[in-house]
Each structure stands twice: as structure tokens, then as C-alpha cells.
Design a protein around this ligand. Structure first.
Ligand code: BJW
Ligand code: ZN
Length: 247
């Protein structure tokens, strides 16, 4: 299943970057965005995941994130997340670049995680920017307001039309550029600028490996496409990683 080419790349690599999307959390029970069970079959992305919709209908958007937060916090990392947390120990330079807001990589034990689209466990006030992570406030049925300035409190995630966090983006671009192997796992690779990272890695010389249950827009540029579930494939890949980081 794992090619001899990939096995030798895994043995020789010094720097590995792993770019993840909603598919890696699917086996934990978190719905993807655009698949058959995609959350956006019911809601169009543009309707909910943008600032104007939030200001127009904060109750609906708040309710959507509250429901998702409930699902996410009740799930556990799956063998794909766990294999990546272990893989981090095997390479001198290792980074996870995730589009996911579900915190499951950190909960699995991964240390270097760049969150390009934010984190559902954090919130902030649109008026004064104050962070709000108080659980009791997040449980409110209606969109809560900031006690300091009465501004609406929103999830700390990146909506369409918003800029990605600059530091996370810069670190991700660096990790992609220095990677000997670049894995793209469980992403449809259609949302930019995140989706440009595999091509950036390839351009800089990385061996690009896609892991997905189906082919995507990224497949034509990948050096290898491993078709299957990430929770099954990543543990198999881990078996071919060195026992400890090369000196
Ligand atoms: C499995 C599996 C298993 C399942 N194992 N695999 C026109 C052209 C080009 C660009 C644009 C355009 N119009 C607008 C833009 C820019 C826009 C964009 O890219 N839009 C495209 C959709 C066209 N981008 C932006 O707006 C970004 N900002 C930006 O560009 O700033 C500059 C700017 C400023 C001002 C004005 C304009 C531009 C921001 C993008 C933010 C994206 N945010 C979201 C929501 C986050 C919060 C939340 O979660 O609610 O991020 S959108 C959503 O998509 C989420 C995801 O992170 C992101 C990517 O989705 P992902 O992870 O790939 O999920 P899926 O469901 O699509 O795919 C899952 C995959 O898993 C599938 O392939 C399955 O097969 C696979 N799978 N089970 C392995 N077990
Ligand atoms: Zn405020």
C-alpha cells in the first residue's frame, strides 16, 4: 500500500509538513463542509461563514457555531490525529498546518500546529477585540454581547473575505517551503489562500503526497495520491517513519 518511493522518502526526510482539512476529523464524527454529510448541504457557506451574515443575523450564526462547538467538544481525536502527533517526534522539523477549527490536533498531542482558519474554542468582541472564552457565556442561546462595549461576540474563526492570521500564514508558508515531504490530508483544496500551500511546497522541491477518499483539484500536482481514509492510512505511514529524528 505504501510505495517503496515513499518509504525511502520517509526514511531520509529531515523536514515534514502536514496540511489538513475537514476530512481528517471526519472519522471523529465531525462533519466535513462539502461532502455527502457536509454541513453545507443544509447551509450555503456564503450564507453563514461571513461577517455580513453574522451582523445581519447574529442569532442564526451564533446558533450554528454553538451546535458545532457542542459536536466538536464531544468528539475525540482519531487514529489519524494520533499518528501525526507521534510522527512529530520522529522528525527534526515537523509542522501541522490545519484549516480545521476543531482543536483535535492539539488534543491528540501535536505541538506545532498552525491554525489557518482560527479555533472554535476562542471568541472575541467585534467592537473592542477583547477575547472571550468563558464557557458559561458561550452556552447562551442568543449571541452574547461584550460587557465592556456591548459589541457582539463572534467565534475566532476566519470567514470568507477575511484575512488569515498573518503569523500562522507566514509560519505555514515557511514550513511548506522547507518540507522534504508535504502531506495534504482530507482537504478538497478549493479554499484559498490555504489551498496554494501544496503547490508552494512542490515548487520548493517537496515530495507532495495527497491522502483523501477521493481525487481533488490537488491530485494532478501530487507526486502520490493515496486513496482511502486518513485514520487508516496515516498509522500505516507512521510504521515507515524513523524511530527517532535523524541527527
Ligand atoms: C476524507 C475523509 C477521510 C472525507 N479521510 N479524506 C474566487 C476565486 C478564488 C478565490 C476566491 C474567490 N472568491 C472568493 C475567494 C477567496 C476565498 C476562497 O478561496 N473562496 C473559494 C471557495 C472560491 N477565500 C477567502 O475568502 C479567504 N480569505 C481571503 O482570501 O482573504 C483575502 C481577501 C480579503 C478580502 C476580500 C477577498 C479576499 C478566507 C477563507 C476562509 C475559509 N473559512 C472556512 C470557514 C472557517 C470557519 C468554520 O469552520 O466555520 O474554512 S470555509 C471552510 O472551507 C473552512 C475550511 O477550513 C475550508 C476548507 O475546507 P476543507 O477542510 O477542505 O473541507 P471540505 O469539506 O471542502 O473537504 C473535505 C475533504 O475531506 C474532501 O476532499 C473529502 O473527500 C475528504 N475526506 N472524509 C480522508 N476519512
Ligand atoms: Zn467589546
Amino acid at each position: 500500500m505504501i510505495s517503496s518511493r515513499l518509504i525511502s522518502k520517509l526514511a531520509a526526510a529531515d523536514s515534514v509538513a502536514v496540511f489538513t482539512g475537514a476530512g481528517i476529523s471526519a472519522e471523529s464524527g465531525v462533519p466535513t463542509f462539502r461532502g455527502d454529510d457536509g454541513i453545507w448541504k443544509k447551509f450555503k457557506p456564503a450564507e453563514l461563514a461571513n461577517f455580513d451574515s453574522f451582523m445581519r443575523n447574529p442569532e442564526l450564526v451564533w446558533e450554528w457555531y454553538k451546535a458545532r462547538r457542542k459536536v466538536i467538544t464531544s468528539t475525540q481525536p482519531n487514529p489519524g490525529h494520533v499518528a501525526l502527533a507521534e510522527m512529530e517526534k520522529r522528525y527534526r522539523k515537523f509542522a501541522i498546518i490545519t484549516q480545521n477549527i476543531d482543536n483535535l490536533h492539539r488534543r491528540a498531542g501535536s505541538k506545532t500546529v498552525y491554525e489557518l482558519h482560527g479555533n472554535i474554542e476562542r471568541n472575541y468582541c467585534v467592537g473592542c477585540g477583547k477575547p472571550y472564552d468563558d464557557a458559561s457565556m458561550l452556552e447562551q442561546a442568543t449571541a452574547p454581547r461584550c460587557p465592556s462595549c456591548n459589541g457582539l461576540i463572534r467565534p475566532d474563526v476566519v470567514w470568507f473575505g477575511e484575512l488569515l492570521p498573518m503569523d500562522e500564514w507566514n509560519q505555514s508558508a515557511k514550513a511548506a517551503a522547507r518540507a522534504d515531504i508535504f502531506f495534504a490530508v482530507g482537504t478538497s483544496a478549493i479554499v484559498y489562500p490555504a489551498a496554494s500551500l501544496p503547490a508552494m511546497a512542490k515548487e520548493a522541491g517537496a515530495y507532495v503526497v495527497e491522502i483523501n477518499v477521493e481525487r481533488t483539484d490537488l491530485s494532478p500536482i501530487a507526486d502520490e495520491v493515496l486513496l482511502g481514509r486518513s485514520g487508516e492510512i496515516l498509522p500505516q505511514i507512521l510504521m515507515h517513519c524513523p524511530q527517532e529524528a535523524n541527527a
